[in-house]
Design a protein around this ligand. Structure first.
Ligand code: SAM
Length: 320
């Protein structure tokens, strides 16, 4: 798939649910979100039908996200279904790690190629504050288990926020060194409920350049790795890190992705509220030609770039 600006779109992020067992400060409004009724959420069969159509249009990589994707029962059967599509090269997963201790082995066997675990602090008290009551212990055990069952690399997604966890950058690097993890530092992105309950976006934003200043190791740039727009480096201590700095260093020209919400809305850009509802051509019976047209329509809506003031409508629903 090629968009109006010549970018090849080969990566689809699929949010499997709006539900999450954590309520991270920067992801959900303090009052929580109004949950989508179950019947509105795509079934695995529907996700599979869409994935097949997408794959015929050039999607090669699928990332499962949420909400918390591991809250979807029988997720492994969906993973197997997606892996049975010959054009799909990789099915990867982003998770908060809470259920990984139990599930890592099954996920590996079902064919998850790589795993990203979101972790913004190593401090249990701070963890409770950021996730609004989450317990860090199962997440740490989940990380160990993911390593044990052979995921490689296991990557941490870490959103650094000024005054919240910008003092932990080095601790994260040491943690990654000990465990053999990679780290992806993600810049805080604005959300619809901006300002955040814990501060103004502009005050909390801690840019990739500021993060680099805090790293005492020499850094060598790595060639483009993976399928995303990550700016990747290897530190002199051997730890591999990367930056997703969508705010301070826009990388829209490299964007290769679209996002499918758990209710079937296809969004061409994370930072805009435009989306096309595919469900209307899925129910009561899928109409492949109409789905194909709707996907093309969404593709045409993909903007050349985002402005930093188009707030993300619902990070917890769209899946980051
Ligand atoms: N529950 C899963 C998880 O924790 O990875 C998947 C969903 S979560 C929305 C996906 C990613 O989006 C996480 O790494 C999270 O840190 C990131 N995220 C959510 N809100 C964000 C924001 N306002 N700015 C930057 N990243 C955000």
């Amino acid at each position: 798939m090629k968009d109006s600006f010549g970018r090849i779109i080969d990566y689809l992020r699929i949010s499997l649910t709006d539900r999450c067992n954590f309520h991270c400060l920067y992801c959900m409004p303090p009052e929580g979100i109004k949950l989508i009724p179950h019947k509105e959420i795509l079934t695995f069969e529907e996700v599979y039908i869409l994935a097949k159509i997408f794959s015929q249009k050039g999607i090669k990589y699928i990332k499962l996200t949420g909400g918390e994707p591991l809250l979807r029962k029988e997720i492994c059967s969906l993973i197997r279904m997606l892996n049975s599509i010959p054009e799909i090269k990789e099915v990867t997963l982003t998770t908060n790690g809470f259920f990984l201790e139990k599930m890592a082995d099954k996920l590996k066997k079902a064919g998850i190629h790589r795993i990203n675990i979101s972790l913004d602090t190593l401090n249990p008290v701070k963890f409770k504050k950021i996730t609004k009551s989450g317990d860090i212990k199962p997440v740490l055990k989940g990380i160990d288990r993911a390593i044990e069952v052979g995921f490689s690399p296991v990557k941490l997604n870490c959103v650094i926020m000024r005054g919240i966890n910008d003092d932990e950058i080095l601790s994260f690097i040491e943690f990654a060194k000990i465990k053999g993890l990679e780290i992806k530092f993600i810049e805080l992105m604005p959300a619809k409920f901006n300002n955040f309950s814990f501060g103004r976006f502009q005050d909390l934003l801690f840019t990739s350049d500021e993060i680099k200043e805090k790293i005492p190791y020499r850094m060598k740039k790595r060639k483009k790795i993976g399928i995303g727009p990550e700016d990747a480096f290897i530190l002199e201590n051997g730890v591999k890190i990367g930056f997703i700095d969508a705010i301070s260093h826009k990388f829209c020209h490299l964007c290769n992705r679209m996002r499918l919400s758990s209710t079937g809305v296809l969004t061409p850009c994370l930072m805009s509220s435009v989306g096309i509802n595919l469900k209307k051509a899925l129910r009561p019976k899928p109409i492949p030609e109409v789905l194909d047209d709707l996907i093309n329509e969404a593709l045409l809506l993909k903007p050349k770039e985002h402005t930093n003031y188009d707030f993300i409508s619902d990070m917890s629903k769209i899946g980051g």
